[in-house]
Write a new protein. Structure first.
Length: 238
């Protein structure tokens, strides 16, 4: 039996189990982080939308939206930056078409940026959920192999001798499944939250586009009122 205890398998089994424990810690850590991220964003989006729809016009909504945080607020800010014009700037038909194209690109690009932000960490959860059972199975197969070698060298094939090492080897598979199930559940939960948020962003983008269309795809701002961040958004939209 000392041969089994001192076998190189034990170190491999332990390494596999500790790796799976590490995966479990990462899973629950990401679950906490993503939960806080989605909850905070939902609160910010509700707050901004309440402020946005309480505005009397698109111009006043642009002023109220300064400094607001959240995915919807960022989307609105990108849209305002794409269609805002200075007082006295000519607004002929070519300018309206140009602003329309810029608005479509700005909204689409901002939605993609918000999706990428919300998707961060989900690939890790998907990888943990899909690979953990196989890693645990690897530890079990390796353990059974080494256990059988040890039993053969000991020359004792009784049930008590066989059951102990093989039962210990099966622990790795159990741990792998225990790690994979929460990872898959957490991944599916936040993937659904991501799809719902993306749908809300699409809905707001359509509403914003309709409002901008009624105002000829332009929002008037006073000279010097333009924020540095808005100027950067205009450059990105162009």
């Amino acid at each position: 039996m000392n041969l089994l205890v001192d076998s190189p398998l034990q170190s491999v089994e332990h390494a596999v189990i500790w790796l799976l424990i590490g995966f479990s810690v990462v899973t629950w850590g990401l679950a906490l982080i993503k939960g806080i991220q989605f909850a905070r964003q939902r609160h910010r989006d509700r707050k901004f939308q309440k402020l946005f729809w309480s505005a009397t016009s698109l111009d006043s909504a642009a002023e109220l939206g300064h400094g607001q945080a959240g995915a919807v607020a960022h989307l609105a800010q990108a849209g305002f930056a794409a269609i805002q014009v200075q007082d006295g700037q000519p607004s002929d038909l070519s300018q309206a078409i140009n602003h329309q194209d810029r608005l479509e690109r700005a909204l689409r690009q901002q939605i993609q940026r918000e999706r990428r932000s919300l998707e961060s960490g989900l690939a890790v959860l998907a990888s943990i959920g899909s690979t953990s059972p196989f890693i645990g199975l690897f530890g079990t197969v390796w353990g059974i192999m080494e256990a059988l070698k040890g039993i053969s060298a000991a020359g004792n094939a009784s049930l008590e001798t066989v059951a102990g090492p093989i039962g210990a080897a099966l622990v790795a598979t159990g741990v792998g499944i225990a790690v994979a199930v929460p990872a898959v559940l957490v991944y599916n939960y936040f993937l659904r939250r991501l799809k719902l948020t993306a749908a809300d962003l699409d809905d707001f983008a359509h509403d914003f586009y309709s409002l901008a269309q009624k105002s000829a795809f332009k929002v008037l701002v006073h000279p010097g009122a333009r924020k540095p961040q808005q100027a950067q958004n205009v450059k990105e939209a162009i």
